[in-house]
Design a protein around this ligand. Structure first.
Ligand code: PLP
Length: 397
């Protein structure tokens, strides 16, 4: 398409003009079942009436107010996030990248304030994705993202997925923190082992490092618990949120324990838009829904039905798929080597279902968390048709 928009995205040939609940409608009026949620963002579906009302009310009150002044809705959201997590303090920003990058800043400042200015390096895990700023490219170390953007920002090391020996060996006198995603999202819905994360906590304690959870994708109920770290029986020191937190309104948050947060003093960090009243109003409305009785139980139960359905699909089409991974409504269908995940995504879209490709040849199913069993059945029917179409075209053979 000929456009003045910078050509950084390989976009699908479709344009949406309206969203309603679990559905998106394109400019031709065609309806799509949205199991991509704008990449885990539309956590409670499109144009949820409660979010629309909150946004409208705030839009008629005031839009922006500098962080030079108190913003009550920030305090309310911070109180609710901390009451429901390990954390004691929250900084609001505008995106996942910012939320994770601030964790790297916190790691340096915390070590600096505690007598270890030499500790500044962050260790991440292969397959990670932490955002696209220069520093977060260095944290993620994905060749395809770094290409042409060298030299890498200093201060980031990476170890093999799930390998504790490598993790221990990578720690030096300069290490400040360990950074992990409870389930790697862009990396292909790869959950970390419970024992592995428990060991990361122990290692961090042993060496005086911060354990930092990137929950930009897994946070706010996506995995069936409010936060992904809650599966591991240990708590991080710092956590980043974004995607699902605003339900479609851009917002990010960096959470920390009181001890860690005390390193961040007035003037040490800031954001013009961070904690904007519109974003706070919508994020509080998202929490109204996600924290309501029974909501997370439904994410778990309906997510399980989707998982079961996908498992049946893998059994029925073994030449197309290898396995289903993930938990809650954060699921990945791993394709066989001869099948390209992008082909499955395009074919599903042609059949009216939106899903999202991820690393490791995975097709992600990350629906709005308001889906019911009937949406699962609808998605399954479309996936079956998609598999038949793929086989008819000789895929997997
Ligand atoms: C999406 C994502 C990011 C980056 O978020 P942006 O809002 O695109 O900057 C960082 N970490 C994880 C785990 C993500 O899924």
């Amino acid at each position: 398409m000929n456009t003045a928009v910078m050509q950084t995205y390989a976009r699908y040939d479709v344009t949406f003009e309206k969203g309603e609940g679990v559905y998106l409608f394109d400019t031709a009026g065609r309806r799509y079942l949205d199991f991509g949620s704008g990449i885990a963002v539309n956590s409670v579906g499109h144009c949820h009436p409660h979010l629309v009302a909150a946004l409208k009310k705030q839009a008629e009150t005031f839009w922006h107010c500098s962080n030079l002044y108190h913003i009550p809705d920030q305090q309310r959201l911070a109180d609710r996030l901390t009451a429901n997590s390990f954390a004691d303090a929250v900084f609001f920003n505008n995106s996942g990248n910012e939320a994770v990058e601030m964790m790297a800043k916190i790691a340096r400042k915390y070590q600096f304030e505690n007598g270890h200015p030499e500790r500044y390096r962050v260790i991440s895990i292969a397959g990670a994705f932490h955002g696209r700023s220069l520093a977060m490219l260095a944290a993620g170390k994905q060749e395809k993202h770094l290409h042409g953007f060298g030299p890498q920002v200093d201060g980031f090391d990476q170890v093999a997925f799930g390998n504790l020996n490598e993790m221990r060996a990578a720690i030096t006198a300069e290490t400040a923190a360990i950074l992990f995603e409870p389930v790697q999202g862009e990396g292909g819905i790869r959950p970390l082992d419970v024992d592995y994360v428990k060991a990361l906590r122990a290692i961090a304690d042993e060496y005086g490092l911060l354990l930092m959870a990137d929950e930009v994708q897994t946070g706010i109920g996506r995995t069936g618990k409010l936060f992904g770290y809650q599966y591991f029986g240990v708590e991080p020191d710092v956590m980043a949120l974004a995607k699902g937190l605003g339900g479609g309104f851009p917002v990010g948050a960096t959470l920390a324990t009181a001890k860690v947060a005390s390193a961040m003093t007035p003037g040490s960090h800031g954001s013009t838009f961070g904690g904007n009243p519109l974003a706070m109003a919508v994020a509080n409305a998202v929490l109204d829904i996600v924290l309501a009785d029974g909501f997370l139980e439904n994410v778990m139960a309906t997510g399980k039905k989707l998982h079961t359905g996908m498992t049946q699909l893998v059994q029925k089409y073994p030449t197309l798929f290898k396995e289903v991974r993930g938990i809650g409504m954060h699921l990945g269908l791993r394709c066989q080597d001869k099948v390209v995940n992008g082909t499955v995504v395009v074919k599903a879209m042609a059949n009216g279902l939106l899903v999202v490709p991820a690393g490791d040849n995975v097709v992600r199913l990350i629906p709005p968390m308001i889906i019911t069993e009937s949406h699962v059945n609808e998605a399954m029917a479309i996936m079956e048709k998609t598999c038949e179409d793929l086989l008819a075209e000789g895929a997997g053979g």
